[in-house]
Design a protein around this ligand. Structure first.
Ligand code: GZL
Length: 331
């Protein structure tokens, strides 16, 4: 059976949002990660009951995304939100998803930690006739029409943008690629875009830092030993790049000079590293789209037509960025 890969494509952005998600508040308070009581304190007479399964709190990007979601999906905005943090564990998300079905939520929002392994629960959601909006990460599933629409970044384009800068500015670099969570849409597509542009022959090694600072630092410590001639790091997010800086400095090397650093996200700490000349190029991946998720959930609930996907527009930053630019950023 052919699996369908639902991914961001570089298509013209039209604003619509679908969320595939499932409530987290398991009745037994089980291990479906951290849970936040619903903002509305139960059904607020006519509010849309939404279950949001967030994959974790692994990075500055994820924190900013969660803040944006919670700021938009409020009782005042007509939403009775049940929010779950799965702590980057797929089993926690699947459990939360089933809890949302049991609670009979009206709409589900979900950012899948990895692309695969969702077929069974997606079919259960479909059988329960709960509309689904997919947020941020992508799914690869055999279930037909698993969600109404998706919003997120064009991960492959982000990898291409990073690769083009490397090719133009450091064509002879010996590149170490630090991957995000293996099997996640962001990791798969950023790697595909970047490698396509720079050429696999210029990549001396790869390892995953799971999108976290701590694991990024550990992966870089090992890489510095394994690949002594490496002189450029492409990290799939800022947090792993920030962890790598600690390892590079501990090894007596200068980040941004001895080892050029290119990352994705553009969170405040990442852009500060750019101002401090420790990063060299940052491709943005904007996490602040809670308002678009709210808009889509309302349209889904009202049975309105929605585009299949929405691309959140990104930009990119080099070392010409100023401290004032960073201070003015929303996240
Ligand atoms: C991208 C998002 C990624 C970020 C990381 O949309 O899924 O996950 O790039 C985060 O910082 O962990």
């Amino acid at each position: 059976m052919v699996s369908k890969k639902f991914r961001a494509r570089g298509i013209a952005a039209t604003v619509a949002v679908l969320a595939l998600g499932l409530a987290a508040c398991s009745s037994d308070g089980g291990d479906s990660g951290d849970k936040t009581p619903d903002a509305g304190g139960g059904d607020k007479g006519g509010n849309i009951k939404v279950g949001f399964s967030q994959l974790g709190a692994e990075s500055g990007w994820r924190t900013a995304n969660t803040e944006s979601v919670k700021a938009s999906l409020t009782a005042e905005n007509g939403i009775d939100l049940t929010f779950s943090d799965a702590q980057q564990k797929q089993e926690n998300q699947i459990k939360a998803l089933r809890d949302f079905i049991d609670q009979g939520v009206d709409v589900i929002a979900f950012s899948p930690v990895v692309e695969t392994g969702w077929d069974e629960v997606l079919q259960e959601i479909k059988d329960a006739e709960i509309p689904v909006v997919l947020v941020d990460r992508t799914v690869d599933t055999t279930v037909a029409d698993p969600y109404v629409t998706w919003i997120g970044a064009d991960f492959k384009q982000e990898g291409i943008t990073a690769g083009e800068w490397v090719k133009a500015n450091h064509p002879d670099a010996k590149i170490f690629e630090m991957q995000g969570t293996l099997g996640s849409g962001a990791q798969v597509d950023r790697e595909a875009g970047f490698d396509e542009v720079v050429g696999a022959e210029n990549i001396v090694g790869k390892a995953s830092g799971n999108f976290t600072r701590a694991e990024g630092k550990a992966a870089m410590e090992a890489a510095l030993q394994a690949y002594p001639d490496m002189n450029l790091l492409f990290a799939h997010n800022d947090d792993m790049g920030l962890g790598a800086i600690e390892a590079i400095e501990a090894a007596g090397k200068v980040p941004g000079k001895d080892i050029i650093i290119v990352t994705v996200d553009g969170v405040r700490d990442g852009l500060q590293a750019l101002v401090d000349k420790k990063f060299n190029y940052v491709v943005e991946c904007n996490p602040v789209f809670g308002d678009q998720i709210l808009d889509a959930i309302k349209k889904v609930h009202a049975g309105e037509e929605l585009p299949k996907e929405t691309i959140v527009v990104d930009e990119a930053f080099d070392q010409t960025i100023t401290q004032a630019d960073v201070d003015a950023r929303a996240y």
